[in-house]
Design a binder for this molecule. Structure first.
Ligand code: AMP
Length: 398
C-alpha cells in the first residue's frame, strides 16, 4: 500500500514512531529512539517479527534518529509507501481543535504555545522540523492532544481566578490524552452498536500519566488534567490536585525554590512519592502484596482519587452508558480496577471478578456484572487515531 502514515511522537529525549495502514491500523514497522543527546542513545526498530537495536555514541538527536529511520525505510523499499506524516503535538491551545496541515504559520503557533507546554511542544516541533528535512515534500499533519477537549463548556474549563488571566493569558483547563479518550470512546460506541454522538461515557486513562474524562453525546465536557498535565487524579510521579497553598508553604516556610517545588510536584510525587519505592504500579502492587504499608497506602490514595473523580463527573449526565479503563494500569491492573469499582457501588458499578481477572494484556471487554452499569477495559491506540486523522485530513484537501 502506498497510503501508509508515519506516526511520530517526539519527546524531549525520545522519538517514538510507527508506520501504519490508517484504514485498518496494521503496523508495518514501529520503534523508538531514546536517551537522545546522551551517550546511551539507542534506536530500536521492530519490523517483520525482527527487532534491531543500534546504539550510537555520537550526538544522536531527533534529526539523526529520523535520518536513520529514513535510511531504514529506503533500504526496505518502504519510503515510497509513506503518504503522509502524522505528529502528536501536545498543546494546541484554543486555536486547534482539528487535525491541522502543518505549514509555517502552524509551526509558529506550536512554538508560541510552548509557554503552556514547555516540556512538550518544543520537542514536538523538533520532530516536525527533522521530518521536514528528511521527507521534503511529504505532507505533515499535527494531531493535538488537547483538541478533543475543546468542546468543554466554560463552566468546566475556567478556573475560579480573576477572569483577566484567562482573557489575557489563556489560563484555563485544556486537558490532555485527547486522542486516547476519543479512541476508547469510539470503540465503546462500536460495542454499544450506536453512533458515538449518542454515547454518554466516563473514560479513565490510567498510565504513568492519568486522566478521567466525561464524554457526553460523544463530546468531551470535562476532564481532570488542566492547564498543565499536573491537575486532577494522582499519577505515577505527579501529585494531581493539591491545595495550592501547599506550594506557598513549601516555598515560604520550608525554603524550597520554585524550581524544586516544580520538580517535586511533577517528578517526585504520586505513586512514587507516597510509596517511596517506585512509580511503577507493578512494583508497588507486588510490595503491597508482601505487606509493604507505604505501597498499600499509595494504591489506596491512587484508587480513591480516581473513584472520586469518576463520581464527580457523573453530575454531567442523566444516564450513563458505561465507564472505560485504559492505559497501562487501566488495561492491566485488575487490583486497581477492583479497588476503584468497590468505591462506586452507589453509582451501580459492580465488578465481575472473573471478567476483571480475564481482561488484561490486550484483551477488551466488560468487567462489570450483568445488572451493573457496564465497565469496559479497552486497550488504547493513539497511534491509530493519529494515522487515521492524518489520512482523513489529507483526503479532505482533495
Ligand atoms: P503507560 O504510561 O500507559 O505505558 O502505563 C505505565 C503504567 O502501567 C506503569 O505504572 C506500569 O506499572 C503499569 N502497568 C503495566 N502493566 C501492568 C500490570 N500488568 N499490572 C499493573 N500495572 C501495570
Amino acid at each position: 500500500m502506498q497510503n501508509n502514515i508515519l506516526v511520530i511522537n517526539c519527546g524531549s529525549s525520545s522519538l517514538k514512531f510507527s508506520l501504519m495502514n490508517p484504514v485498518n491500523g496494521q503496523i508495518i514497522l514501529a520503534g523508538l529512539a531514546e536517551c537522545l543527546l546522551t551517550a546511551e542513545a539507542v534506536i530500536t526498530i521492530k519490523h517483520q517479527e525482527k527487532k534491531i537495536s543500534i546504539a550510537l555514541s555520537d550526538p544522536f538527536d531527533h534529526e539523526v534518529a529520523i535520518k536513520f529511520l529514513v535510511d531504514y525505510l529506503t533500504e526496505h523499499q518502504l519510503k515510497k509507501s509513506v503518504y503522509a506524516i502524522g505528529h502528536r503535538v501536545v498543546h494546541g491551545g484554543e486555536k486547534y481543535s482539528q487535525p491541522t496541515l502543518i505549514d509555517e504559520d502552524v509551526k509558529i503557533s506550536i512554538e508560541q504555545l510552548s509557554k503552556l507546554a514547555p516540556l512538550h511542544n518544543p520537542a514536538n516541533l523538533q520532530g516536525i522540523q527533522a521530518a521536514e528535512k528528511a521527507f521534503k515534500q511529504t505532507p505533515q499533519v499535527a494531531i493535538f492532544d488537547t483538541a478533543f477537549h475543546q468542546t468543554m463548556p466554560k463552566k468546566s474549563y475556567l478556573y475560579g481566578l480573576p477572569y483577566h488571566f484567562y482573557q489575557d493569558h489563556g489560563i484555563r483547563k485544556y486537558g490532555f490524552h485527547g486522542t486516547s479518550h476519543y479512541f476508547v470512546c469510539k470503540e465503546a460506541a462500536t460495542m454499544l452498536k450506536k453512533p458515538i454522538e449518542q454515547c454518554n461515557i466516563i473514560s479513565a486513562h490510567l498510565g504513568n500519566g492519568c486522566s478521567v474524562t466525561a464524554v457526553k453525546q460523544g463530546k468531551s465536557v470535562d476532564t481532570s488534567l488542566g492547564l498543565t498535565p499536573l491537575e486532577g487524579v494522582m499519577m505515577g510521579t505527579r501529585s494531581g490536585d493539591i491545595d495550592a497553598g501547599v506550594i506557598f508553604h513549601l516555598v515560604e516556610q520550608l525554603g524550597y525554590s520554585l524550581e524544586e517545588v516544580n520538580n517535586i510536584l511533577n517528578k517526585k510525587s504520586g505513586l512514587l512519592g507516597v510509596s517511596q519505592l517506585s512509580n511503577d504500579c507493578r512494583t508497588i502492587e507486588e510490595a503491597a502484596s508482601n505487606g509493604n504499608v507505604q505501597a498499600t497506602l499509595a494504591l489506596e490514595i491512587f484508587s480513591y482519587r480516581i473513584a472520586k473523580s469518576i463520581a464527580s463527573f457523573t453530575c454531567n449526565f442523566t444516564s450513563l452508558d458505561g465507564l472505560i479503563f485504559t492505559g497501562g494500569i487501566g488495561e492491566n491492573s485488575m487490583f486497581i480496577r477492583s479497588l476503584i469499582l468497590s468505591q462506586l457501588a452507589l453509582l451501580n458499578f459492580h465488578e465481575d471478578k472473573l471478567a476483571n481477572e480475564t481482561m488484561r494484556f490486550g484483551k477488551q471487554g466488560n468487567i462489570a456484572q450483568s445488572d451493573s452499569t457496564p465497565c469496559w477495559v479497552i486497550p488504547t491506540n493513539e497511534e491509530w487515531v493519529i494515522a487515521e486523522q492524518t489520512y482523513q485530513r489529507l483526503n479532505q484537501e482533495q
